[in-house]
Every structure is written in C-alpha cells, then in structure tokens.
Design a protein around this ligand. Sequence first.
Ligand code: UD1
Ligand code: MG
Length: 486
Amino acid sequence: MSNHDLAIVILAAGKGTRLKSSLAKVLHRAGGRTLIEHVVHACAPLGARETIVVVGHQAEQVAPVVEPLGAETVLQQPQHGTGHAMQVARRAVGRAKFAIVLPGDAPLVRTETLKALIAAHRAGNASATILTSVLADPSGYGRILRKSETAVAAIIEESQLTDEQRELNEINSAIYCFTLEKLWPALAHVKPNNKHRELYLTDTIAAMTGRGETVLAEVAADSREILGCNTRADLAEVDRIFRERKRAALMDAGVTIQLPETVLIDPEVIAGEDTLIEPGVQLLGKTKIGARCTIRSGSVLSDALLGDDVTVEPHCVVAQSRLDDSVIIGPFARLRPDNHLKEGARIGNFVELKKSTIGEGTKAMHLTYLGDTKIGAKSNIGAGTITCNYDGFHKFPTSIGNKVFIGSDSALVAPVRIGDGAYVAAGSTITDNVPADALAIARGRQANKPGWASKKRRELAAAEKPKKAKRPRRKSKPRRSAKRRR
Ligand code: UD1
Ligand code: MG
C-alpha cells in the first residue's frame, strides 16, 4: 500500500498514572511485546512517509525501543495534553497531507482497520475521521456526539459529559485520520478549558465542525481492537486477546494445540504443519519449530530452532539452541544458550547442556552436565558424566570423537580430548587426552577382602550381647521424691 502523503503520529509521552508503576505505560508488555511496539508494527504495512512517536515520560527508555523499528521521536516536555502533543509533532510531520494519529496505549488495533479508516477518510473527503466503537459500558472514554447518521458534531470527554450525554455509548478510540491543513488551524483555536488545564486533541473536532468542516466516524468492526491499557486489568485482558490471536493463527497454519488457553506463544514464533503443542507450554522470542514436532507439557522454549520430527518431552527448558531433525530431549532437560543437537541426538532427564554440540545419533540420557563440549556422532555419554569446564577463573573445552563410550559417573577435566572409538571406564576422573580406540581408567583399583563382612558381623553381635542381659530395675522412689518436691 502506498501512502506517500500520509504521516503516522503515535502519542506516547504520558506517564500512565493509573498503572501505578515506575515504568512508562507504553513500555509495559502484553502479548510478548511492549505496547508501543505493537502500535508501530500495526502501522508499518501502511507505507507512510514517516512514523513519528511523541515521547516525554521516560523518553530515554521509549526512544531506543521505537527507533530501531524505523520511527522518529520528538520530545514533548512537559506534557500539556494530546492536543499539545500534536503541536509538538507538527514540524516532524513536514509536508504530509494526512496523518493517522494513535495513542501508544491501544496496542490491539489491526493494520486492516487502519486501512479502512484511511479509505473512509479519503472517500468522504473529510477533515477528520474518527475510529469509534459502540460499547455496553462506555465509562472512561470520550463520547461521540453525532449531528446526523453519518456526521460527527463533537467528542465530549468523560469529565465534561452532561447527564444526558452520559447515555451516549459510541466512544472515541483516540485513533483518527486528519487532513492536516484542516487540523492545524482547528488546533490553534483549542483552549485548555478542563480541570487538568490540558490541550485536548478531541476538542479540535468541535472546532472543525464549527467551521462547517466534515468529520466522519468509522465504527471499528471489532470493539476489542480499541481497548486502551490504563490499568493492570486492561493489560491482562489485552495480553489474553493477543495470545488468543497468535494461537488461532498457528492453528490455522496446521498446528494442533491442546487446551489452547493454557499455552503462551510470542508473536514471532513459527511452527510447521502437524506439530502438536501440549497444555502449559510457552514458546517465546524467535522460536521456530518444524513440522510434526511434539512439544510436551510444561516445556519453555525461547529463541529455539527445531527441525522436523523433534520431540521435547515434558518440563524441558530450552534457550537459544538448535535441535536438528528427529532429536529427542527430556523429560526435565535444560538447554542453556548455544547448543547444537544434530540429527537423531538424544538428551535425557536431568541433563544440562551449555555451548555444546552433540553429534548425529549421540546419546546423553541421564543426570549429566556438558559445557563447552563438542561430541561427534554415535557416542554414548553414561549417566552422571560431568565435564569440568571451569577452574574458577576460565572456561575450557572438551572434545569427544565419534563412537566414543563414556562410562557412568566420569569426570572429564577440561581441556581434554577423547579420540574416536575410545572407552572411558565408569567412575574415571580423566585429566589427560585419551587416544582413539584406547580404554582410559582413572580411579582407585578395587581390592576384595574375602570373608571380611561376615567376620565383622560376628564381632558386632558379640559386642551387643552383654547389653541385652536384664538388670534389676530400681524402685520408683526418686519419682515420688520428685512429686514431693513439687
Ligand atoms: C483519550 C481521549 C479519549 C479516548 C481515550 C481512548 C483525549 C483528551 N482523550 O483519553 O477521548 O476515549 O483516549 O483510549 O485525547 N499523551 C501524550 N502527551 C500528553 C498526554 C497524553 O503523548 O500530554 C499520550 C499518552 O501517552 C497516551 C495517549 O496520549 O498514549 C492518550 O492519553 P491518555 O492519558 O491515555 O488519554 P485517555 O484519558 O485514555
Ligand atoms: Mg488512554
């Protein structure tokens, strides 16, 4: 869509007092992103000539969030209301003919809705077109006062409603399309006639209609899209709606989600056809999952890359790791960042990996820590194996070849290399490299002492006997004397 005559202005300078937070309102998160990021994302496909974000409260935190998304920021300091915010944005808006103005705290608005708003504005040759909604409970919002079926007379803020106007249930979403050569003169006439002594952008509507300009209202198809986040309860509701939208999109793409309302998926997550997601799963960040995978209950994947046919058994935690086709992990596996598990590798219960490569078909099934380790194909890492990769100052690598067998409860003290086809005997503490095809044993040699145990038992039984002989019990005199003392 080409909108070379259009500017986007997002108003995000306010504090958000009703959230009771030290964080600026637009930086609160819902649906896996900050509120302001959602708004910028929704506007991006409009192809406007510029996107301007008016910042003020915590400007230094808001700017680095929106600028990488291609937005320009202008500073409103102090904040004298939404009308004042538009005045501050005026220079940045430059030569644009139209502007879409949105609040930074209404993140559910969809691109399609904004396109429809622009189309209605252009078709109606209007000075302003307001995105509105009809609500059963309009409290908290500015109300639309219509002068006819199609035309608007004014927006009345909640604090300025007459008793009669309080019944109006069409509300202002605070999303508008303006023809700028009509907006600027109207804004110049607005006065801060309200108890906060602010300049309200909403007052420009009556200023325009007073001069005979056309103001239209476009009713949003889905009233949930205009939900503003003024309270924590609003944030929770908005988060719920985003999560629902994302799950629905994945299900449309052929993913099965069981008990969908228990599953949390971030906006950029992708999953392939016939993948199954069990209850209580979280898929976060830029996680990408292939086809026919199974992600079982309680697993949390962030920035994970999964090939096809991967199984994540229950209660696994995976961060920034790549799992190739047919890998199986868990239950209860923990993959810290930077692992690469190659095709058919298996990682079992209570196994922790960090910065490690696990070769094709290699298995580490039980109670193991592998850090800074490279393992070739078809090796077996026994239960309880630990790579000792840290000496208290530095980290060191461990290299294990193809078809290696590491016996259970081995400690591999890095830096160390185990050659192809080598064996490490169970319980070894390996401090030197092991050549290919060798057996390394590094533990105390076993000594058996014949008959030692039965002899010990006999000695213990003999020592016990005298204790068992009954001694005559003393009479209970001391107890009586104790009573008397009381
Ligand atoms: C506003 C509208 C109201 C509408 C409602 C929809 C006004 C006067 N009222 O009320 O009609 O029904 O949104 O949610 O516009 N902001 C600035 N600078 C300022 C003041 C505010 O940038 O000086 C920004 C805020 O950060 C926010 C947006 O403008 O993102 C709207 O401000 P907010 O205080 O939330 O207005 P509402 O009371 O919700
Ligand atoms: Mg608001």
